[in-house]
Ligand binder design. Structure first.
Ligand SMILES: NC(=O)C1=CN([C@@H]2O[C@H](COP(=O)(O)OP(=O)(O)OC[C@H]3O[C@@H](n4cnc5c(N)ncnc54)[C@H](OP(=O)(O)O)[C@@H]3O)[C@@H](O)[C@H]2O)C=CC1
Ligand SMILES: O=C(O)C1=N[C@H](C(=O)O)C[C@H](O)C1
Length: 275
């Protein structure tokens, strides 16, 4: 039996689809306490985070005062964690602010550029602080990516299709970009063209994500988050597919990341690195 204090957690983007799930998951975790809930949407100000998430009140009012909340976390006996599910436009500033206050970021928000990630890695290094950037918190997606890496030894042709709800701000998805990176890092070039291709409508062949890998993004109401990695070779097609039917699938990964980030001293990218 351990008598260590619960991990103080701040949720940024608390009123959003993922923020509400995280509030429920943190509230149900005995080794964590919800210290604060941030959201810039004025409609949520002062609302109780628990009530908004659909559980019992937690006596944590939602605020848009990020600096005040981080300053409060910096006063805690235990190092705090900020879970960020906000927006591609704000996540970079949120991460820098958290690190500056000694609060460890666990980041699900996608859309950071490679230059921003590099800059944040240097910032975390200088501060000797852990920071987790996780494009996808579901175990199923890690397994799909591992299967794709295994398949790439035998297939030279691959394309990625990602399908999401139509409220998603960034395209392609962070997961699709990471999947393409994992395949590109294996040191081969895919999809050598057999003919000279002409796009009659720009974008018809998707976006080139490096080493010949193409990503196609679909946005429709009715979808949550889905990805296919399709390999082709003479006479056969091998399709890997992951479907999200409920955002609760991300929560075991989020809780694991909150626990793991405290022991890190650098920025780490990808759930597979902490499993
Ligand atoms: N890594 C993973 O496993 C997953 C990652 N995601 C990513 O997480 C992010 C959020 O997704 P989702 O919850 O669906 O999005 P939502 O739009 O449902 O939620 C985001 C919330 O954050 C608020 N917000 C936006 N900007 C700020 C800011 N600067 N400060 C504080 N609050 C802010 C929004 O308010 P308002 O609406 O008023 O702008 C909204 O309430 C996206 O980048 C998405 O791709 C999503 C699912 C899984
Ligand atoms: O916006 C979403 O919903 C999701 N975003 C992440 C991404 O961009 O990869 C993770 C998951 O696909 C859900």
């Amino acid at each position: 039996m351990t008598n260590s204090l619960p991990i103080p957690v701040i949720v940024n983007g608390a009123g959003g689809k993922m923020g509400r799930e995280v509030i429920k998951a943190v509230a149900a975790s005995p080794d964590m306490t919800l210290l604060g809930a941030i959201d810039h949407n004025l409609a949520y100000q002062e609302q109780d985070a628990g009530t908004l998430a659909g559980i019992d009140p937690l006596e944590v009012p939602i605020t848009n005062d990020r600096e005040g909340m981080l300053a409060m976390a910096a006063q805690e006996k235990q190092p705090g964690v900020m879970v960020d599910f906000t927006h591609p436009d704000s996540v970079y500033d949120n991460i820098r602010a958290a690190i500056a206050y000694g609060v460890r970021p666990v980041v699900g928000t996608t859309g950071l550029s490679p230059a921003q990630i590099q800059d944040l890695a240097e910032f975390a290094d200088k501060a000797s602080m852990g920071c987790l950037l996780i494009p996808n918190f579901s175990i199923g997606m890690v397994l799909l990516q591992q299967a794709a890496i295994a398949a790439s030894r035998y297939f030279d042709h691959v394309e990625i299709i990602e399908l999401h709800h139509n409220q998603k701000a960034d395209a392609p998805s962070g997961t699709a970009i990471q999947t393409a990176q994992l395949l590109a890092e294996l040191g081969k070039t895919y999809n050598s063209p057999l003919v000279t291709e002409t796009e009659k409508i720009t974008g018809a062949r998707g976006a080139e994500a490096g080493e010949g890998i193409r990503i196609h993004s679909i946005r429709l109401p009715g979808l949550i988050a889905h990805q296919e990695v399709i390999f082709g070779a003479a006479g056969q097609v091998y399709t890997l597919r992951h479907d999200t039917s409920d955002r609760s699938c991300y929560m075991p990964g989020v809780l694991l990341a909150i626990r793991k980030v405290l022991a890190l001293k650098t920025l780490v990218y990808g759930l597979e690195k902490i499993l």
